[in-house]
Design a protein around this ligand. Structure first.
Ligand SMILES: NC(=O)c1ccc[n+]([C@@H]2O[C@H](COP(=O)([O-])OP(=O)(O)OC[C@H]3O[C@@H](n4cnc5c(N)ncnc54)[C@H](O)[C@@H]3O)[C@@H](O)[C@H]2O)c1
Length: 359
């Protein structure tokens, strides 16, 4: 498949690692508002051309658009690419507001495929955990805890402001990893309640040429939610750009026959452990499913191989839209003082990934 990349910023280096030299995916065009960034990325792919975003989206020589822009631009670029007949793999979140959600829900699903990050959910950590749940080893899952805390991305990102403006925040930035994992493990969400707060109104950039610059926090940065899954399980979610650290596991799943720890869903690999009812300790679970050695771009590789088989991508656009609707519901609920908000979409849970060393 011929790939056109829009957005050649920070994360594109990770995609370059995965995509450079692959026979199944050929990066043919790169666009960025900063032409020099596009040029740098294109340099890693022999024959790739630097061009305008509009030219890339209109070019029939592109089969799939890889949308690596900042979140506020995701929906418009994805919608234009789908409308032009290209498949799309987008970075997360798939969109940042209801109008983006609604326009993509109409455009996606008819014709070209929409796939979306996170693709970490296809790695061995989450897929091994999924296999445990599907096997019945922990009985019927009835609860999950998902916890992500960091003092903020301004510690490492040279241009962190977008994380603290509309469309940013911990739930929209990191929530897609955790909520996508929860949907793969426990099924879609039916109802959400949420609350949020803004403990630090000013941030300071730590690294890079603008180190020391202050900027305002324009949105809430400590967000909590309770998700009621359609199957009845209750997930408690804590996402914070304010807390210093935590000792909590990134995700725990509790079932009628046991409890399971799930590794960081921001990573492709990590240890899964299970403590069955009546046992005294958590036991490690051997790796038993997922793409081994994954990196960002794996979801695009999966999209290409699934298309060859006529199957929908496992980094499912339908799940990404559902996760966005769930996050919007959490924020709506928080605005209404914690009143429950229903989630209407009900996507199929993507197929599991068998253990795959080569991909
Ligand atoms: N930085 C990371 O480690 C990381 C990790 C995982 C996911 N992500 C996600 O990747 C996305 C990009 O993040 P980033 O850190 O690379 O941001 P970034 O600001 O470093 O890069 C984004 C790039 O997109 C370009 N761009 C924005 N709008 C454009 C448009 N309309 N047309 C053409 N180019 C446009 C910008 O010029 C910039 O070069 C975000 O959605 C983020 O959540 C980032």
């Amino acid at each position: 498949m011929r790939v056109g990349v829009v957005g050649a910023g920070h994360v594109s280096a990770q995609y370059r690692e995965t995509l450079a030299g692959r026979a199944d995916l050929d990066v043919v065009m790169v666009a960025d508002r900063h032409a020099e960034r596009a040029g740098q990325l294109a340099g890693a792919f022999p024959g790739a051309q630097v061009c305008d975003t509009d030219d890339l989206l209109a070019d029939p020589a592109v089969d799939v658009v890889l949308n690596l822009t900042t979140p506020a631009f995701h929906a418009a670029i994805t919608r234009a690419a789908l409308a032009a007949g290209h498949h799309v793999y987008s970075e997360k979140p798939v969109a940042v507001d209801r109008s983006g959600l609604e326009s993509l829900a109409v455009t996606a699903g008819s014709g070209p495929f929409l796939a979306c990050a996170p693709d970490t959910v296809l790695g061995t950590g989450l897929q091994t955990a999924r296999r445990v749940v599907d096997s019945g080893r922990i009985g019927t899952p009835f609860a999950a805890h998902a916890v992500m805390v960091t003092p903020g991305h301004e510690r490492w990102h040279p241009d962190p402001e977008f994380h603290y403006r509309a469309g940013g925040g911990p739930l929209f930035d990191m929530g897609p990893y955790y909520l996508t994992a929860l949907v793969h493990l426990l099924g879609p969400v039916a109802t959400v309640t949420g609350r949020s707060s803004r403990p630090r109104p000013v941030r300071t950039i730590d690294r890079g040429p603008r180190a020391g610059c202050d900027f305002p926090t324009e949105i809430d940065t400590h967000e909590v939610a309770v998700l009621e899954h359609a199957g009845g399980a209750l997930s408690t979610v804590v996402m914070s750009f304010d807390a210093t650290a935590t000792t909590a596991d990134p995700i725990e799943i509790h079932g009628t026959a046991g409890s399971m720890t799930v590794p960081d869903p921001n990573h492709f690999e990590g240890a899964v452990s299970v403590r069955e009812r009546g046992r005294r300790t958590f036991e490690p679970v051997p790796v038993s499913a997922g793409y081994v050695g994954g990196g960002r771009g794996l979801g695009l590789v999966d999209l290409a191989s699934r298309l060859a088989d006529g199957a929908p991508p496992r980094a499912s656009g339908a799940v990404a839209l559902h996760v966005l609707e769930t996050m919007l519901a959490a924020r709506d609920s928080a605005r209404r003082g914690g009143a429950p908000v229903r989630v209407l979409s009900m996507p199929p849970v993507p197929d599991p990934v068998p253990l795959r060393d080569q991909w």
